[in-house]
Design a protein around this ligand. Sequence first.
Ligand SMILES: Cc1cc2nc3c(=O)[nH]c(=O)nc-3n(C[C@H](O)[C@H](O)[C@H](O)COP(=O)(O)OP(=O)(O)OC[C@H]3O[C@@H](n4cnc5c(N)ncnc54)[C@H](O)[C@@H]3O)c2cc1C
Length: 413
Amino acid sequence: MSGQNIVVIGAGIVGATTALALQRDGHKVILIDREGPCAGASFGNAGAIVNASCAPTAMPGIVFDVLRMIGRPLSPFTIRLSYFPRALPWMLRFLNESRRSRVYANAKNLHALTKTAADSWYTLISDTSLVDLLRPADWLKVYESDASFSRTAFARLLMDKLGVPYEILDPAGVQDLEPRLAPIFKHGLLVRDGLLIINPGKMTRGMVDLFLSRGGRLQRFAAERLEIGTDNIVIHDQSDSLSAEKIVIAAGAWSRDLALQVGDRVPLDTERGYHLMLPVSSSALLTRPVMSADNSFVLSPMDEGLRLTSQVEFAGLDAAPDYSRVRSLIPAAKRMLPGIDTAEQSVWMGCRPSLPDSLPVLGFAPKCDRVIYSFGHQHLGMTLGPRTALITADLIAGRDPNIDLRPYRADRF
Ligand SMILES: Cc1cc2nc3c(=O)[nH]c(=O)nc-3n(C[C@H](O)[C@H](O)[C@H](O)COP(=O)(O)OP(=O)(O)OC[C@H]3O[C@@H](n4cnc5c(N)ncnc54)[C@H](O)[C@@H]3O)c2cc1C
């Protein structure tokens, strides 16, 4: 079915790509955002498109990893004490997902989405100048010790099972790829066929501009109340309303309350993350995003500077950011890449929308076929935005998306 009136809620990467994909199919699309485009996680991430990524966050032994991390001064994982009671149900589900049988299933279902992630990017933007913001860049993780590398054994097993191409590097192999790294890394793991978005904020806003230039409509509008009728859906904010034949809920970490109004209680929480920008001169020191596995941070060479991203913080959507932890990583970054200029340019915090099984919620709402969900893209929203947008467009057009969508249903928990 083409030519429907559709409202997409949320103008992050998921909403922007969805609006573009629906517009291509001839629908009349209104993209709404309560703050304007790219106000959430899509602005400040590491920009890595990790094609064929398959390791969910909940892996066997994660409980010990978390306990080990919590005690460390530079811990990349924190739960604010006041938020602990709210986070507990999510944590218990997360632990349940770390059982081997669940991990295999989650990896398979994650891979089913990510395996065409890079192609999906090109499908959406290869005929536009936005493609200039993409660079071919394999995903490199580096390890200072045998112990930290040996913890990748299960992830490598998953990659072997699913046929994900990767290479194990020795110290010389790491240096060959990234000669400016300090010679402190005993091992490297390189996952092929990735891309880097050199400015995720510019990319997301650029997609919204493209959508507008093709006749789309963007409206600043906070979706607060959904009124589901037989022929339409009315979206209300405090003083205004919008009517649509269908809506797509793509409001990232803020999607839970909207889904609840459609009748789905989804265990969506936010894993907050941070970035710190270093001067543009430091960006030239790397050719790809590199993750320090020992300290759980990524250095990404962006057009406006070298971006250090890190942290998983459970504190809810509204708590004030705590930039001290990302700042405390600067000495470790200097040790990793000695040539960097450590003058801080800016800091940022964003809310990753995460479900305990590392899979998004995707597809028609079980109780209402006027509502399509696309949220919960966790650590991989930049990777998955176009892929999930194309699936949403297929569903609305009545085409077969060629993927079993049951694992991503809102009522799977
Ligand atoms: C530090 C960090 C590093 C990351 N690195 C990577 C990476 O390298 N690769 C990767 O693939 N992913 C990465 N991610 C994850 C990625 O950024 C997210 O998964 C992705 O941005 C989520 O996109 P989204 O569109 O779902 O949500 P958002 O970008 O958060 O957008 C949601 C939008 O919805 C709007 N909104 C919310 N509620 C309403 C409402 N009621 N009405 C109207 N509008 C509303 C908000 O204003 C916002 O603009 C990283 C995340 C972080 C935090």
